[in-house]
Write a protein that binds this ligand. Structure first.
Ligand SMILES: [Zn+2]
Length: 522
């Protein structure tokens, strides 16, 4: 040890960080993968759940005590390794702190779905069916004035529907799911204000309920609904955490990301406690090695209110710092109980929505890892924290084990599990707990992260050069103009939608059911 130190001093490598690195072995792919163990992952999942349950709200909503404890835990775990430069990045965002949603229809109480940022109010009135999908003012008949608008999910944001209902004089809105089933629709309207006007009290219901209501009302029967919504909306400050290896070339950085916040109804142990825990554990084990390229772990806050933390991070990078990020891999829900092995469709083969140049190679890399377990492409629509990275031309990818959508027979043939049941029946609910994690999926996906760290930590040779900034800028501007138009209810042509890569026309595949940032949520 001493001899080696002397040698280093002579050859001029005298900084502490450099010396620390040289005592570490070069990363070993298989050894790193094998060092990731369920017995180390699950106690961390339990920790996150304990943080949530130690609070009155029993969740880890961005900036709440359960979330602050999560962030502090990540920092203390990674600081203990001595292997990372750690940055806490605070930012402020508007969140819904509390919400209660109730609905009765003809005096029968139904399960109410939470649509965050709804206006508060207690309203009782007949339901009036809105034409089409309620995405333009013309869809709202004069009869909605003074009544409650009944609107289908689809094509445009929930928030646009609520504000257009208000603009048409409705005193409330009931939005029903367009995915068959009995689960009440939940999601977010996105924080107000909108150019189309304020929200009205808005509640979600299931497809079965909604379509039954439409049928009854269209047959001429009046149906009285009572919506009772109470929301508390506040500005909160919370922190992203960035942990970058002290070893490795910082001009050539591999980034991983997961989000640290949950939705209000539950502790979020799959969404996205699973990604958070896997990144912590990989970072811990990786600390024993050095890599040629630097590796940065991004722990994003406020994903659940609209990808706020990751967007803030990317938008505040200098041009140089952005250029240094060679690839981004996102892990949001990797232990779903009725799992698929989903890989973001970076090459657009399945969903025709391609990521920046290099994303296809990242997808193929992950597909190769998953060969023994099978995998399916999952839509690359900008509905998790990779969205901002895509917007700025960073090759992106990642894995996903499924949210509220239903597993198909074909997927059961590949992965087992239950056809016709959600991938994660507890998605965005109180039941998203450690008891409902699928440990088989969890360990496979956590080791995929280790594998990526080992391979890209050594070389990015398998990736083509990043696409030119001009191409990225063009795509981003197009997407933003489209999003702004969408906020005003202006529709774009189908071709443009495809070109800028959103999810219109496809079923929802991401972790979120109606977020603002990517614009089009159906
Ligand atoms: Zn998530």
């Amino acid at each position: 040890m001493k001899i080696r130190q002397l040698g280093l001093a002579v050859s001029g490598f005298t900084t502490a960080a450099r010396a620390t690195c040289d005592y570490k072995p070069q990363v070993d792919d298989l050894a790193l993968q094998e060092s990731i163990k369920l017995e180390n992952l699950l106690p961390r999942s339990q920790k996150l759940q304990d943080f949530a349950y130690a609070t009155e709200a029993r969740n880890r909503v961005a900036g709440s005590p359960g979330h602050v404890a999560t962030v502090d835990y990540i920092i203390s775990e990674l600081e203990a390794t001595g292997a990372y430069d750690i940055e806490r990045q605070p930012f402020t965002t508007t969140i819904q702190e509390e919400g209660s949603y109730r609905i009765t229809v003809d005096n029968v109480e139904w399960n109410a779905g939470e649509l965050q940022f709804s206006a508060s109010g207690d309203v009782t009135a007949p339901l009036v069916v809105v034409s089409n999908l309620g995405c333009t003012p013309e869809d709202y008949p004069a009869a909605v004035a003074g009544n409650i608008a009944l609107i289908s999910r689809g094509t445009c944001e929930f928030g646009l529907k609520s504000s257009l209902a208000g603009a048409a004089g409705a005193i409330g809105a009931l939005i029903y799911d367009n995915v068959p089933g009995d689960a009440p629709l939940s999601g977010t309207l996105g924080s107000a204000p909108r150019p189309t006007g304020p929200y009205v009290p808005t509640v979600g219901t299931s497809n079965n309920n909604g379509t039954a209501l439409v049928q009854v009302i269209n047959s001429g029967t009046e149906v009285i609904a009572h919506l009772d919504v109470e929301t508390t909306i506040t500005d909160v400050t919370s922190d992203n955490v960035l942990a970058t290896t002290k070893c490795g070339n910082k001009d050539s950085v591999l980034m991983f990301g997961a989000h640290t916040d949950s939705v209000p109804p539950g502790p979020g142990i799959n969404d996205d406690g699973s990604g958070t825990v896997a990144l912590i554990e990989v970072a811990k084990q990786l600390a024993a090695y050095q890599t040629t390229n630097a590796i940065r772990f991004g722990f994003w806050s406020a994903e659940e209110v609209g990808l706020v933390g990751s967007t803030y991070y990317v938008e505040h990078l200098s041009a140089d710092a952005l250029a240094q990020i060679r690839a981004y891999l996102n892990f949001d829900m990797i232990a779903s109980p009725n799992f698929i092995h989903g890989i973001y469709d970076g090459d657009g083969s399945a969903f025709n929505l391609t990521g920046p140049r290099g994303s296809a190679e990242l997808e193929h890399f992950l597909e190769t890892y998953f060969t023994p377990y099978n995998s399916v492409p999952t839509e690359f629509s900008g509905r998790s924290d990779y969205a901002a990275f895509i917007d700025f031309g960073v090759p992106s990818g990642g894995t996903f084990t499924g949210a509220e959508q239903l597993k198909t027979e074909a997927e059961v043939a590949l992965f087992g599990g239950v056809a016709g049941a959600p991938y994660d029946a507890n998605y965005h609910q109180a039941g998203d707990t450690i008891d409902n994690l699928n440990t088989e999926a969890f360990i496979i996906h956590a080791r995929a992260i280790a594998h990526a760290a080992a391979v890209f930590g050594e070389s990015f040779d398998m990736l083509p050069p990043k696409e030119p900034a001009s191409v990225t800028r063009f795509k981003r501007d197009l997407r933003r103009r489209r999003n702004e138009d969408q906020m005003r209810g202006v529709k774009w042509s189908h071709d443009h939608r495809r070109e800028v890569g959103d999810g219109v026309g496809h079923t929802h595949a991401g972790c979120l059911a109606g977020k603002m940032v990517a614009g089009m949520k159906s």
